[in-house]
Design a protein around this ligand. Structure first.
Ligand SMILES: [Zn+2]
Length: 1005
């Protein structure tokens, strides 16, 4: 079982990232013994030792003697190393103070006076990860690098950022990252702008997130636990610099900090750096953590809230009902009880659970979700009904409570917990992956915050729970924390049509009144200030400062690309492609069916079949819970999906494939293949009435999220204009599929058998012996064992031949707008390379980084206020985007002038500066992904005809990028800009303002 840590409104990075906390396992008593308890190294005393077997790391917890700062070392053999510093930061109101501080302290420091850190570090140094997160009660700053010297340098940059930020003497940083008034000239309207202000407008556009906050407000009245740590846009406008500084001085102190160091790294220089450069200047200060008032309600608290949507929105059955329970404070509860509750809640949330089945039958809502929010001191269990009838909140409450009582009296499926223990074995054998470093840094921060201990023994707690299953430990957790817990709240969040326009009108009026109240002199001063702000923002950063970020240069880095031995064989008429991976008993398997013979309509039916499988289905041979348990026991990270394979590295053509991927043990290949083939070939399509209901609910809920944060839709749609592979993705995962499912829902009500028959016939056509290729990554024994196990699998497959289907997939208009309930805007522009006489080369990536750092980020994020912006090259595509933007037309104009910007670099850029961009391009092209994943990636590239030689060639192109290339790129960008297509997602009124920018305008459903 994997635990998903919820990251509400926290990320500052380009793509919101979800972090998966690893389940930990058995403690080893005989971990290596150095250093010794009580040892003092650079002012830090070793106080605790342990071993984390999931990541095979020795744990050393040091305490700084002078300040009490904690420093946890997680030492293992992972060469992707990481460092983080975390402060406890309770959200005292809804102004987003901690979140804005998180942005501001990463905006330059005394020793490193940059304009902003993230994009500069990411684009000019040898690092693999940089970000920061604000949670409900803490803020953490993680950074990773494959180079030890660069990690040490990066730790210095981060520590100087949090302890000596330029923010202390420069209010403009707060205005840029948080909130400011903007007035471009005396006659223009007054506006609010600010990166976090725009970020949060986008983040709160989703009714489910609004419902989350409404339920917390009702459950924890007058407590910090119910505040929105990201900030409400309306409250953000009232925040002052003085208030921000007060919170900074209160929280950003070593005595309130915990540092974490991860990987194959010598901790001694890090302890020295932290002590000598930063901590030794401070004395110990007491920090108490206000964990919020404890609600001890004696009866259920109820409340109804409105949610603003635009005028023409259909609000029927679109409410969210939420039932929440506040559990015991984690610091006062046993860790074992916490783990038991976590497992029990996971069981309730399975689509096959009695709870979910009864909820679906009740027809109160389209879909339901049950989860434990563990990021706060009193973890909260949420029962959520999405797209609900608001009149039926009491029914919802009654069904949930009745099912909880049944869970307690009838018990549950113990095989599930036993099977999920297997994931610990898998995890150990798969080893570290590209995400292990960041996951370990974040988990330690979470545990330190909610438990006061960054290294709890998860292994012991989990095994202890597993040993007490027969004693009713899970039923007991549900009984005490839910059934008998009166600290609960029931809320309804109801969409109100037309309210969005009213809200925007109120803001406009407030701003108009504000402007009307200003004197002529004040107006002149603000116009002047706005202009000065832009000048300050665009100031040049000295070469010395940029140089000081580097700890390693490109010619010092030697990356060996593993030349894996790839062999292709045919077993019973099926292609097996094997790549050698240096692992023991475990292998990575990717089963791919080429779907070139299916028609577009058939893809959509197959996609729906796959969505049904993913929501949980019985087969002709296994009950649904057997499928779930065996999947957990026999396979790891199993996924099935309709995907696209490019036919060549230039993406000149592509074809759809159905892939089933998993990790499995070599001694169980026959068993795991038997399970996979049973799922693919025999899932019970005849029970479509049962399975389609929950599947459609899940699909609708997925699209609802996509429609309120449509950046992924925008990428697929925009790139579909010229890229054959994106055209498939857009068709399979964009609006075409959504419209298909809505039509299918109607059809299922009248003729379910016809639909079932259609799916069964598409399935028979799709999964065929003759269009199957299996990719296998593992050692040579794995190859022999796999070949021996393939027979029973391949014999079950039909042996028919079909001709390739001939069709044209839909493409978007060249200049397209999509309108929806959006308070911010999303823009993606795209152009193909070869058609515009631009070569596909490693050099593109270097120029892309330069463009991001020196032009797009300063112009569109720092000046324009858009939360996200960037440009990248992928195979034959150049793509530029902005998100949570508020002036897409201006952003589009900026994107159109990139050729002039590149031209301006010709003659002014120095070799030294160019080297730093090459370095970062090289770092991102050589990111480690772990041995098995890397072997699987080699196999996938091999399918596209990309060899190891090609990969080496690409890296050499990065290294060979020279100043002479710049003038060529000015021409390339002119070509690209002249032929760009674009897609904008925004509100109807925002699109209406620039109607003539679009050839086609589509309203989102
Ligand atoms: Zn942010």
């Amino acid at each position: 079982m994997r635990k998903k840590t919820l990251l509400f409104f926290t990320a500052i990075c380009i793509t919101l990232l979800s972090v998966v906390t690893p389940i930990r396992t058995v403690n080893a008593a005989n971990a290596p013994s150095s250093p010794k308890m009580g040892d003092v190294i650079h002012g830090f005393e070793l106080t605790h030792k342990g071993y984390d077997s999931a990541i095979q790391a020795n744990q050393y917890l040091f305490i700084h003697q002078k300040t009490g700062a904690k420093f946890l070392v997680l030492k293992n053999s992972d060469t992707n190393r990481g460092f983080a510093i975390k402060f406890d930061t309770v959200a005292e109101n809804n102004k987003g103070i901690n979140h804005i501080l998180e942005h501001c302290v990463m905006s330059g420091s005394k020793k490193y006076p940059l304009n902003e850190l993230f994009f500069t570090l990411a684009n000019t140094t040898y690092i693999s990860y940089t970000n920061a997160y604000t949670y409900q009660n803490f803020t953490t700053y993680p950074i990773c690098s494959a180079n030890e010297a660069q990690l040490l340098k990066s730790a210095d940059i981060y520590l100087d950022g949090v302890f000596n930020p330029l923010l202390l003497e420069n209010e403009k940083i707060f205005e840029r990252e948080g909130i400011r008034y903007e007035l471009t000239d005396e006659s223009s309207p007054l506006n609010y702008n600010g990166i976090v202000y725009n970020e949060m407008q986008g983040a709160l556009a989703n009714i489910e997130r609004a419902s989350y906050h409404n339920s917390m407000k009702t459950l924890f009245p007058n407590s910090a636990q119910s505040n929105n740590s990201g900030g409400n846009p309306e409250d953000i406008t009232t925040l002052t610099y003085t208030e921000l500084m007060e919170t900074y001085h209160k929280n950003y102190h070593p005595s309130n900090s915990t540092m974490v160091l991860y990987g194959d790294v010598d901790y001694e220089p890090f302890l020295k750096l932290a002590d000598e450069n930063y901590l030794s200047a401070y004395s110990y200060r007491e920090h108490t953590l206000d964990s919020g008032t404890k609600p001890i309600f004696h009866q259920l608290q109820e409340n109804t809230f409105e949610f603003a949507v635009s005028e023409d929105t259909d609000t029927k059955n679109s409410s969210v009902i939420e039932l929440v329970f506040a559990t015991k404070d984690t610091r006062k509860n046993s860790f074992e009880s916490f783990v038991a509750l976590d497992i029990a809640v996971n069981l309730l949330n399975l689509d096959s659970s009695q709870m979910k089945q009864s909820l679906l039958k009740s027809n109160i809502a389209d879909s339901y979700e049950i989860y434990l929010d563990e990021g706060i001191f009193q973890p909260v269990v949420h029962f959520v009904a999405v797209n609900a009838d608001p009149q039926r909140k009491n029914d919802f409450y009654n069904v949930v409570m009745a099912e909880l009582k049944k869970f307690v009296s009838n018990g549950f499926d113990k095989d599930f917990v036993k099977a999920s223990l297997r994931s610990l074995e898998f995890q150990r054998d798969v080893g570290t992956t590209e995400n292990t470093a960041i996951n370990s840094l974040i988990s330690a921060s979470i545990y330190d915050n909610i438990l006061g201990n960054p290294m709890p023994n998860y292994d012991n707690a989990f095994n202890s729970v597993a040993s007490k299953l027969d004693d009713g430990i899970l039923e007991n957790a549900i009984e005490t924390e839910l059934v008998n817990n009166t600290s609960a709240a029931l809320t309804v969040t109801v969409p109100k049509a037309g309210q969005l326009e009213k809200q925007q009108e109120v803001i406009a009026q407030t701003l108009a009144r504000k402007k009307a109240s200003m004197s002529e002199a004040e107006i002149k001063a603000l116009v002047q200030k706005t202009a000065e702000f832009n000048v300050w923002n665009n100031r040049e950063i000295s070469q010395d400062t940029l140089d000081s970020l580097q700890a390693v240069s490109l010619n010092e880095i030697e990356i060996e690309i593993k030349d894996r031995n790839i062999t292709e064989t045919t077993v019973n008429g099926v292609n097996l492609v094997h790549a050698n991976a240096d692992v023991n008993a475990i292998s990575g398997i990717s089963i791919n069916f080429d779907l070139s013979h299916l028609t577009p309509e058939e893809f959509l039916y197959l996609q729906f079949y796959n969505d049904m499988i993913r929501s949980g289905m019985a087969t002709d041979n296994r009950k649904e819970n057997q499928v779930i348990n065996e999947t957990l026991y026999k396979t790891y990270n199993q996924s099935t999906e309709l995907n696209v394979h490019k036919d060549d590295k230039n993406d000149t053509s592509a074809h759809p494939v159905f892939s089933a991927n998993y990790y499995g043990f070599q001694d169980e290949f026959s068993d795991s293949l038997d399970l996979i083939s049973d799922i693919l070939l025999n899932s019970k399509v005849s029970d479509i009435s049962t399975y389609s209901t929950r599947t459609i609910a899940n699909i609708k809920s997925r699209y609802q999220t996509l429609f309120t944060e449509p950046i992924d839709l925008a990428f697929m749609r925009s790139m579909a204009y010229s890229s054959p592979s994106s055209r498939y993705l857009n068709y399979l995962k964009g609006l075409d599929y959504y419209n298909f499912v809505i039509a299918l829902e109607k059809q299922l009500q009248t003729t379910p058998t016809e639909v079932a028959d259609k799916i069964a016939s598409v399935r028979a056509k799709a999964f065929n012996k003759n269009n199957l290729t299996i990719l296998l990554a593992g050692n040579s024994t794995a190859k022999n064992k796999f070949e021996a196990s393939m027979g029973t699998f391949t014999q079950k497959l039909p042996d028919a031949s079909y001709p390739k289907a001939d069709y044209i997939l839909p493409t978007p208009a060249k200049r397209e707008a999509l309108t929806g309930d959006l308070t911010v805007q999303y823009l993606v522009a795209n152009a193909p390379l070869l058609e515009n006489n631009v070569p596909i080369s490693g050099k593109n990536q270097v120029i892309g980084s330069i463009l991001d750092t020196l032009s797009l980020v300063p112009e569109i994020r720092l000046n324009g206020g858009a939360y996200g912006v960037g440009a990248f090259f992928s195979e034959n595509n150049y793509t530029a985007y902005t998100y949570r933007d508020n002036t897409y037309a201006t952003s589009l104009a900026t994107l159109n002038t990139t050729d002039e910007f590149i031209k301006s670099l010709d003659g002014s850029m120095t070799q030294k500066v160019l080297e730093t961009y090459k370095l970062s391009a090289y770092a991102s092209a050589t990111k480690s992904s772990g041995e098995l994943k890397s072997a699987l990636n080699t196999l996938t590239r091999n399918c596209m005809g990309i060899t190891t030689q090609d990969s080496i060639h690409y890296l050499n192109e990065i290294k060979e990028t020279s100043l002479e290339d710049i003038s060529a790129y000015a021409q390339y960008f002119e070509n690209l800009n002249n032929n760009m297509n674009y897609v904008v997602f925004a509100s109807p009124s925002d699109i209406d303002e620039n109607k003539d920018l679009f050839d086609r305008i589509i309203a989102l459903p």
